[in-house]
Design a protein around this ligand. Structure first.
Ligand code: 5GP
Length: 180
């Protein structure tokens, strides 16, 4: 794998691909015969979303939401602004939200609250990473790729100040040569 000196590898690309295939197979089983809409939360989920939907062997639709969380830049405050809403109504669909990482849970809690008022047939969550130790708000996670340590991770869609989204593996961003 390409080395990035400030990123300490945590989950390599092959391991990610194998887990994404397992998640896709589970989702395929669970949503068979249902009208599925997969909703990616931008921007962090875009790489995961692209790989995951290709592992779901069902007819499905995709849509995206973009949200920004007011906070100090590293931690979310729970006050979420919708930058881009869904293109279509969801009241007649089974909705599966796809997140890159659930940290405090505040963003996802807001999203679940907001989307449930639109009365979808069901509302599930698939997250690539679960930073459970950092949780402030308990949120239901139906599919989890990997547990994640309470450190700042980048790669496979996740950024630091806009960078590192194209790194093909997930790693911990080391700050000043030390582990963060
Ligand atoms: P929460 O509201 O659960 O605290 O935060 C969720 C969002 O914060 C994620 O969707 C992600 O955009 C960002 N986030 C939380 N932890 C990390 C991390 O370790 N690395 C990166 N790149 N983003 C994170």
């Amino acid at each position: 794998m390409t080395e990035h000196p400030q990123i300490r590898p945590l989950i390599d690309a092959d391991t990610i691909a194998a887990r994404v295939a397992e998640l896709g197979a589970e989702i395929t089983r669970d949503y068979a015969g249902k009208d599925l809409l997969v909703v990616g939360i931008l921007s962090g989920s875009f790489v995961f979303m692209a790989d995951l939907v290709r592992r779901i062997e069902l007819p499905l639709r995709v849509d995206f939401m973009a949200v920004s969380s007011y906070g100090d830049g590293t931690k979310s405050s729970g006050v979420v602004r919708i930058l881009k809403d869904l293109n279509r109504e969801i009241h007649d669909r089974h909705v599966l939200l796809v997140e890159d990482i659930v940290d405090t849970g505040l963003t996802l809690h807001y999203l679940l609250d907001n989307l449930s008022t639109r009365e979808p047939l069901s509302l599930g969550v698939c997250t690539l990473l679960d930073k459970r130790e950092a949780r402030i708000r308990d949120v239901p996670l139906n599919y989890v790729g990997f547990p994640c340590p309470d450190a700042f991770v980048v790669g496979y869609g996740l950024d630091a100040a806009g960078l590192h989204r194209n790194v093909p593996y997930i790693g911990v961003l080391e700050q000043d040569g030390a582990s963060s």
